[in-house]
Design a protein around this ligand. Structure first.
Ligand SMILES: [Zn+2]
Length: 57
């Protein structure tokens, strides 16, 4: 997985640690991570209920 950096100076996302503008870019944290996790657990729960309905568990 590639690291994505975000420049605090110009706000641009870059793959490099040093932005094109010369400013040091900081690692961009994936903000959607917790949301994805919530959906994943919801999907797991929904699947378990589906299996239970079919009498597979
Ligand atoms: Zn920049």
């Amino acid at each position: 997985m590639k690291h994505i950096f975000k420049c605090a100076n110009c706000g641009r996302y870059t793959m490099k640690e040093i932005c094109d503008c010369g400013n040091k870019a900081l690692p961009a944290k994936p903000m959607k991570y917790s949301v994805d996790d919530k959906f994943a657990s919801y999907r797991r729960k929904a699947k378990a209920e589906e299996y239970a309905k079919r009498g597979l568990i």
